[in-house]
Write a protein that binds this ligand. Structure first.
Ligand code: ADP
Ligand code: VHF
Length: 374
């Protein structure tokens, strides 16, 4: 019986597995549990769903190898533990995924990769390509090159930003509790589980304390905030216990487990709002009638061949306006090329872009996923 239909419909899922779960009481990685989550992710892949995994555990794994008895507090020791442990972490995942004939890819991200528009587009394009090729990307923070000031620290925030990045329908956060309780169940025996709520509900933050377990980083507070971030691109969030049998397959098929935090807007409405409200346009593209029709009627991407002129001073990743020859607004979108490159590509078939620019960029000036038709 499917109870949570919106969840069961999710096609692209980001699964985040936290430090609190990944280790056996701080004694290195829990290889058997990892095997069970991998088996479930392989099942989702069989059902045709796309999965991106965000996994913590590098510091916990590195601690064991380096003989640290507790989580280090010094940045250089954390970095060393992460560097050593990440090798083991991806190795364990790889050997499990191999049993199911699935390829994996290691993606280590920093704050800069997601806040700088150009790097954001590059990270997104790599992740999209990998997912399209049927690979399961395994994402973690690039702990060895980040300092305290620019660390995400917890992987809940990273999981939410990856959800935005790949425009996933669902962020599934697995942790060591059954979900979000009205107060910390570690300290309160009478705490009750929240079954569902709006991700934008501010009262959730007062229930969730930042106090994490021995190896976790953010506690429940960062999970509640992550749900809010994920909702920006219209994604649902589920917080559930990774120790529950078959939790990934069961939650994703819509079974009522854990806490479900819902977005207030559909993905399209959320994206529209985001493009409309959060980015300033840096220029404009003047489209010919054919391109206007293709965008409006067929929902296609914008190719250089349909663009007559470009103005403004934009760089790759900036938001530009798309207007028709009368100057009426047709769409807004994130452009793949700078103004200088765009001017060279105007009216040209995409197949010529390599010769014109001296390198092979994307065939689209604006990909349809980055376009909002007005
Ligand atoms: N309201 C709450 N409901 C559930 N857990 C909570 C709550 N407030 C704080 N917590 C704590 O959050 C912890 C999970 O966070 P954390 O240790 O960072 O895990 P992870 O490594 O999976 O991200 C739980 O073990 C629990 O003690
Ligand atoms: N990136 C680091 C730490 C991340 C972390 O512990 O986050 P979380 O699992 O959200 O508590 C690691 O892999 O150990």
């Amino acid at each position: 019986m499917v109870i949570r239909e919106e969840i069961a419909k999710a096609q692209r899922v980001v699964v985040k597995i936290g430090s609190a779960l990944l280790t056996n009481d701080g004694q290195g990685l829990d290889v058997d549990s990892i095997g069970s989550w991998v088996e479930q992710i392989a099942m989702l892949r069989k059902q045709g769903k796309e999965v991106v995994l965000v996994s913590s555990g590098s510091i916990a794994a590195g601690m064991k190898r380096l003989g640290f008895l507790s989580r280090p507090t010094q940045v250089n020791e954390l970095q060393a533990a992460a560097a050593v442990g990440q090798m083991e972490l991806v190795g364990v995942y790889e050997s499990h995924f191999e049993r199911f004939g699935l390829n994996t890819a290691q993606i280590l991200l920093t704050h800069d990769d997601l806040s700088n528009r150009r790097r954001y587009l590059n990270a997104r394009s790599s992740l999209r390509t990998l997912v399209g090729l049927g690979v399961v990307p395994i994402v973690n923070e690039n702990d060895t090159v980040v300092t305290d000031e620019i660390r995400f620290g917890d992987n809940d925030t990273l999981g939410a930003l990856v959800t935005n990045l790949v425009e996933a329908d669902l962020l599934l956060i697995l942790t060591d509790q059954n979900g979000l309780y009205d107060k910390n169940p570690r300290d309160h025996k009478d705490a009750t589980l929240i079954s569902h709520a709006s991700a934008s509900d501010d009262t959730l933050e007062s229930m969730a304390s930042g106090g994490a377990g021995v190896l976790g980083s953010g506690g429940m507070l960062t999970k509640v905030r992550a749900a809010k971030l994920a909702a920006r691109s219209g994604a649902h969030t589920l917080i559930a216990s990774g120790r529950e049998k078959d939790v990934i397959v069961r939650t994703v098929s819509g079974e009522k487990l854990g806490t479900w935090l819902l977005p207030d807007f559909t993905p399209i409405a959320a994206r529209k709002q985001w493009l409309a409200g959060h980015l300033k346009s840096r220029g404009a593209l003047i489209l010919d009638d054919g391109a206007v029709k293709a965008l409006r009627k067929q929902g296609t991407s914008l190719l250089p061949v349909g663009v007559k002129d470009a103005e403004g001073s934009f760089a790759r990743g900036d938001m530009v306006l798309c207007v028709d020859e009368q100057g009426d607004l047709v769409a807004r979108g994130l452009v793949n090329y700078s103004i200088a490159e765009t001017l060279k590509l105007l009216g040209k078939p995409s197949s010529k872009r390599g010769d014109i620019l001296g390198y092979e960029g994307e065939p689209e000036l604006i990909h349809r996923d980055d376009l909002v038709i007005i």
